[in-house]
Design a protein around this ligand. Structure first.
Ligand SMILES: Nc1ncnc2c1ncn2[C@@H]1O[C@H](COP(=O)(O)OP(=O)(O)OP(=O)(O)O)[C@@H](O)[C@H]1O
Length: 224
């Protein structure tokens, strides 16, 4: 576990979480806590429920039973999150006719007073040209980078990423790995679902495998 900050500032407490979709049990009695500053990885084959788990944590899916608290506040989709959250769940959605900069600015001004200079800085940070090109002309990897920019541009404290390496090339994955470690070292809590255990083991402080509706700790053989 990372030791850079003594006291956790962000925590997610999951107690007896269960989710069923169309009568099929997807998550079954999961209890665990995630605390900052750490990166947690969730790995598992296609269709095991990684995305459902992340959505349940953020209140996007109705729980069959159990609870999720972020910093001791029960998640409620009708209320603001108790901490700022940056998330990529499924495909990042942007307005196709607008360029990347204007998309981020529009989203950033919903919750905060993000400036052009802030947006420029985050575009540079994620390796995107800050130009007039509309998002409709972006490659999939560029859209993924723009999604990552959106998830970090407001200094979000809890970062939740579903398959963030999708469509990224080798250089993009290396950049993302470095970025996520930096965010962790700044004291943030990062949760990542990925099918790529080898990649998760290069950056996660703790990795879990989701099988049969439950999360099992994978002991990090690289640190053993
Ligand atoms: N809206 C939905 N309607 C019906 N079934 C759903 C829905 N969302 C998820 N499921 C089902 O829940 C299960 C878990 O899906 P989920 O997307 O969480 O898997 P995953 O582990 O993220 O998979 P992948 O690696 O392919 O993204 C799957 O069987 C899926 O078909």
């Amino acid at each position: 576990m990372s030791q850079s900050v003594d006291k956790p500032k962000i925590r997610v407490d999951i107690v007896h979480l269960a989710v069923s979709i169309k009568r099929k049990k997807i998550l079954d009695d999961i209890s665990l806590s995630f605390v900052s500053p750490n990166i947690y990885g969730i790995v598992g084959p296609n269709g095991t429920g990684k995305s459902v788990f992340l959505k349940a944590l953020l209140g996007f899916i109705r729980l069959a039973s159990g609870s999720v608290k972020i910093n001791d506040v029960q998640i409620d989709p009708r209320r603001d999150f108790p901490v700022s959250v940056g998330a990529i769940i499924e495909h990042p959605g942007f307005i196709n006719d607008m360029n990347g900069h204007d998309n981020l600015l529009a989203l950033g001004q919903i919750r905060s007073d993000l400036t052009d200079a802030d947006v420029h800085a985050v575009m540079v940070k994620v390796g995107l040209p800050d130009d007039k090109k509309p998002v409709s002309d972006y490659s999939l990897g560029m859209i993924q980078r723009l999604g990552i920019a959106q998830a970090i541009m407001e200094d979000q404290q809890l970062i939740v990423l579903d398959e963030p390496t999708n469509a990224l090339d080798r250089e993009g994955i290396a950049f993302l790995t470095k970025l996520l470690k930096e965010l962790r070292d700044q004291g943030k809590l990062v949760l990542i679902a990925s099918h790529d255990l080898l990649w998760l083991q290069t950056l996660a402080d703790q990795t879990f495998e989701l099988t049969h509706g439950q999360l099992h700790k994978i002991e990090d053989v690289m640190q053993a």
